[in-house]
Structure formats: structure tokens, C-alpha cells
Design a protein around this ligand. Structure first.
Ligand SMILES: NC(=O)c1ccc[n+]([C@@H]2O[C@H](COP(=O)([O-])OP(=O)(O)OC[C@H]3O[C@@H](n4cnc5c(N)ncnc54)[C@H](OP(=O)(O)O)[C@@H]3O)[C@@H](O)[C@H]2O)c1
Length: 255
């Protein structure tokens, strides 16, 4: 089914939980239709229900009524080398426009460097760097037609740093940041606003998997990251932010 092109459309990867889910729920109040991806279909369905709820609250508050968003769910394993192509084919089969791409899906696979296999390298790099790059590339023609188009790439503190047992994660997030800098220059006259949001520890399954020892009480909430994204989506005028780094309040400032 092809969706009518009068509403803005957001494509969010890794929307089945965590930061991607929070971003979708927050973006509901900006009136988007959605193409949400992940592997966990039940998780995506739960996100869709939360998005509908947030959208009805927001449109009810503003207008006294409201048509809910159209939400397409798509299950795709982004570790495949052809994931971006498969995902974008599915997207463009349903939507004629794209206003916002959030490259959010990510994985860590923590290991000692001596234990990583070539398959580990390919998988982490495909999910965190290759697929987002080619999704961005495929999105550019539609984003050029948006007013404005947005690309939000989710980086990490390890876009700048390197932590033990996270060599592949760090490599992939450095790559994401590096190519975003180049692409942002290429797109600067095309009315496409491109940002990297680089958080420290956020309270999601990802950090619990990597750091089972971590004190979760001082972690950043996914909703806080989503509100940062909302701020970027609503910026107008001549101000432009390339990257927002977000640390836990309990961490050392400027560290
Ligand atoms: N949590 C943190 O402390 C933290 C800090 C800095 C940056 N980040 C970044 O934030 C982003 C979101 O992570 P999160 O913290 O929200 O983690 P999360 O709750 O574990 O969510 C990760 C998301 O990525 C998707 N994903 C993972 N592997 C995938 C694959 N092979 N194919 C398709 N989708 C896949 C997952 O979907 P399925 O499971 O449904 O496949 C899920 O929706 C990541 O890019 C991460 O690097 C997180």
C-alpha cells in the first residue's frame, strides 16, 4: 500500500526498544507517519502502540481530535551486507516521501581484542556503520525534497573514545562520526540537516548487556535522548548543531 504524501515521514532503525522506541514516541507529537524497524516484531508492535497513544494525547490536546499516524513495521537484520538495500526497498514500497531518518540501531558485542573473529567485525560494522551509511545514501533524494530533511545518526561516547573490550564498537562509532562529517558538508546546501547525537550510558538493554555490574540509578533515560532529538528537529533559523555529546550527570565534566 502506498501512503499519501501530505504527512511527514520518519524512518527509525532499532525502534523495537530503548532509544529508538523513545525517539518514535517523542516524534509522535510532531505529526509524523512512521516506518519502524528492528528484528523483534513484538517489540515493534509495542512501540507502535505507544506511538499511537502519544499521538492521540498530543493531537487531542492541540486540536480536540486527530487522525492517528500511519505506522509501518519492518523486520530486518541489519548485520547483513545487503540490509540497507532490502530495508529501503521495503520503505519505498510503502512511502513516497521521507523527512527524517534516525540511524539508531546498534550493537556492542564486547570481547577481548584477541577473541574477535572476522564475522564479529563484519556484523558490528554492518549494523553500526555500513547499513546506516547506505541508508543515508539511499535516503538523500527523498530528503532533498523534504523541507527540511533530517538525518540523526546515533553515535556514542565511543565515537571519540576507546574502552576496553569495545574495540569493534569504538571502530564502528568512529566510522559513523567520520563519514557523517563528510556527508554533512556535501549536503549543506541541500536543506538537509544532519546531526550526530553521542550519549554516554543510557538505561537500555544494550548497556545492561555490556556492563552487568553498572549502577543503573545514574544512567541517562532513553526519554532524555529522545528530547534532545526533538530539540534538534524543532530548531529553526540560522543556528546549526553538528553533534551533541551527552554525559551522565555523575561523570566528570569535559572528560
Ligand atoms: N545505551 C547506551 O548506553 C548507549 C550509549 C551510547 C550510544 N548508544 C547507541 O544508541 C543506539 C540504540 O541503542 P539502545 O541503547 O537503545 O540499545 P537497545 O535497547 O539494545 O536497542 C538496540 C536497538 O537496535 C536494534 N538492533 C540491534 N541489532 C540489530 C540487528 N542485527 N538488526 C536490526 N536491528 C538491530 C534492536 O532491535 P532488535 O533487537 O529488534 O533487532 C534495538 O531496537 C545504538 O546505536 C547504541 O550504540 C547507546
Amino acid at each position: 500500500m502506498m501512503v499519501s504524501d501530505d504527512k511527514k515521514v520518519a524512518l527509525i532503525t532499532g525502534a523495537s526498544k530503548g532509544i529508538g522506541r523513545a525517539a518514535a514516541v517523542a516524534a509522535a507529537r510532531l505529526g509524523y507517519d512512521f516506518f519502524l524497524t528492528g528484528r523483534d516484531v513484538a517489540g515493534l508492535e509495542e512501540t507502535a502502540a505507544l506511538v499511537r497513544k502519544a499521538s492521540s494525547v498530543s493531537s487531542g490536546e492541540k486540536f480536540g481530535c486527530g487522525e492517528g499516524p500511519f505506522i509501518a513495521l519492518h523486520s530486518e537484520d541489519l548485520s547483513r551486507s545487503d540490509s540497507a538495500e532490502r530495508l529501503f526497498d521495503a520503505f519505498s514500497g510503502s512511502f513516497e516521501r521521507l523527512d527524517l531518518l534516525i540511524n539508531n540501531a546498534g550493537t556492542v558485542n564486547p570481547k577481548n581484542t584477541e577473541d574477535y573473529s572476522a564475522e564479529d567485525w563484519d556484523s558490528v560494522m554492518n549494523i553500526n556503520a555500513r547499513t546506516p551509511f547506505f541508508l543515508m545514501q539511499k535516503s538523500i533524494p527523498m530528503l532533498k525534497a523534504a523541507d527540511p530533511g533530517f538525518i540523526i545518526n546515533i553515535g556514542s561516547v565511543v565515537s571519540h573514545k576507546g574502552y576496553e573490550n569495545q574495540a569493534l564498537y569504538s571502530a564502528s562509532k568512529h566510522a559513523l562520526l567520520g563519514y557523517t562529517k563528510a556527508v554533512a558538508r556535501e549536503l549543506r546546501d541541500m536543506n538537509i540537516r544532519i546531526h550526530v547525537v553521542s550519549p554516554g550510558g543510557v538505561d537500555t538493554d544494550l548497556i545492561r548487556g555490556v556492563r552487568p555490574d553498572i549502577d543503573t540509578t545514574d544512567l541517562i533515560s532513553p526519554a532524555d535522548i529522545a528530547e534532545t532529538i526533538m530539540f534538534l528537529l524543532q530548531m529553526k533559523g540560522n543556528a546549526m548543531i553538528d553533534e551533541i555529546e551527552i554525559r551522565r550527570r555523575t561523570k566528570l565534566p569535559w572528560d
